[in-house]
Design a protein around this ligand. Structure first.
Ligand code: AMP
Length: 396
């Protein structure tokens, strides 16, 4: 089976053509500068092709992707009919979606209804869906939501302690994000540890970071909230912050709430604390040169992630497995060690040699550690392809 996985942003569109059973990717690429001019970067194995193609909208971007997939030289299939289904990443499913689903008019209307909750991403995701429907009308399309995995949270985790009317009238609550990644790692970890019933805390640590408390494969709590701003400090996001900070800054500097939120989303996090970079490799280089601000940024990150692990161990009444995933989680031994140093009291002990691993599945805890610690590289595209295949096969 061939599934085309689409991740449409406001001016970009990433794609992968993959086999959901094997995880083999036959081609992948990126359309950039949609609405500006348009550039397609297409990769098959180690071969890379870059083409400037006018993309006045997402429709032309999708058309360019399909053209190159069937191109006699750069393509990997003979006809668009060889694409059995399309899986779309959709940011916000609100309270409407607790699982992936086959797209029809009602689903499109429900995604539209969630635009106020995901004002930047949902319109772009919809453009990607509509563009695919226009050029391949008979191919089934599936929506996979970043929020869906978290819909098993109990009310004590997802409700904010603010007047009920905002929940009842406006759907204001914790939703959480990175759900496709947390779901993939939860499933894969169950295979790796050989059981279904266990308590785990997954740490998705990348440019955006979130933790998820998972019991028997189901999300119990997660650090992001109504938006991805909440939780631990990130590359450029502040993470949790006293709401009065917003009031103070807006009043003192005559800043609008939108501008202040932009600052908290794009100019904060480890970038702000270090004054150097949002990239952990740069922070580690700065630390090695004795830059005190880089040391503070890294220590703040380790401390806040470890605090949430402690909180989630309490929320789950124990923890059997801690997993690290995403750019930093998979490739940052110093970060993993820095976080786990705080968890000695829980009997967490890393194997220093195994913790040197980067980007591959590995049990990195010592044999006498009370909690297993794993590196499990995430694969959101594969999760989207698998959900898509499952739904499309079930509907046959
Ligand atoms: P992601 O958002 O999951 O793509 O993660 C991106 C982040 O991963 C980058 O900003 C880096 O900070 C981090 N990263 C990637 N490779 C490494 C590495 N080898 N060592 C430390 N951090 C890394």
């Amino acid at each position: 089976m061939n599934v085309l996985v689409i991740n449409a942003g406001s001016s970009s569109l990433k794609y992968q053509l993959m086999n959901p059973e094997t995880g083999d990717v036959s081609a992948k690429g990126l359309c950039e500068r949609i609405y500006i001019d348009g550039r397609l970067t297409h990769k098959v194995g180690d071969n890379k092709v870059v083409k400037d193609i006018p993309m006045p909208s997402h429709s032309e971007a999708i058309a360019a992707v399909l053209d190159i997939l069937v191109d006699p030289v750069d393509g990997v299939i003979k006809s668009v009919d060889e694409i059995d289904a399309v899986g779309h990443r959709v940011l916000h499913g609100g309270m409407e979606f607790s699982d992936s689903c086959i797209i029809d008019d009602a689903v499109i209307a429900a995604i539209e209804k969630c635009i106020p909750l995901g004002p930047l991403h949902n319109p772009a995701n919809l453009m990607g869906i509509r563009a695919c429907q226009a050029v391949m009308p008979s191919t089934p399309q599936v929506a996979v939501f970043d929020t869906a995995f978290h819909m098993t949270m109990p009310p004590k985790a997802y409700r904010y302690a603010i007047p009920t009317e905002y929940y009842e009238n406006d759907d204001i609550r914790r939703y959480g994000f990175h759900g496709t990644s947390h779901k993939y790692v939860a499933r894969r970890t169950a295979e790796l540890v050989g059981k279904k019933e266990f308590k785990m805390i997954n740490c998705h640590l990348g440019n955006g970071s979130s933790l998820c408390a998972i019991k028997d494969g189901k999300c119990q709590d997660t650090t992001m909230g109504l938006s991805p701003l909440a939780g631990v400090p990130m590359g450029t996001r502040s993470g949790d912050i006293d709401a009065c900070v917003v009031q103070f800054i807006c009043n003192k500097y005559g800043m609008s709430v939108d501008d202040c939120l932009n600052m908290l989303n794009k100019k904060s996090g480890v970038l702000a604390l270090s004054g150097v970079s949002s990239d952990f490799r740069d922070l580690e280089a700065g630390q090695a040169e004795g830059n005190e601000n880089c040391v503070l940024a890294l220590n703040k990150f380790f401390y806040e992630v470890a605090k949430y692990i402690g909180a989630y161990a309490a929320a789950l009444n124990g923890v059997d497995v801690i997993t690290f995933t995403a750019g930093v989680g998979e490739n940052g031994p110093e970060t993993r060690q820095g976080i786990c140093d705080y968890l000695e009291f829980m009997g967490v002990k890393l194997d220093a040699e195994k913790n040197k691993c980067r980007g591959k599945e590995m049990l990195i805890s010592a044999p006498d550690s009370k909690v297993q610690v794993w590196v499990v590289p995430t694969n959101e595209e594969l999760m989207i392809a698998q959900d898509t295949a499952e739904l499309v096969n079930a509907a046959k």
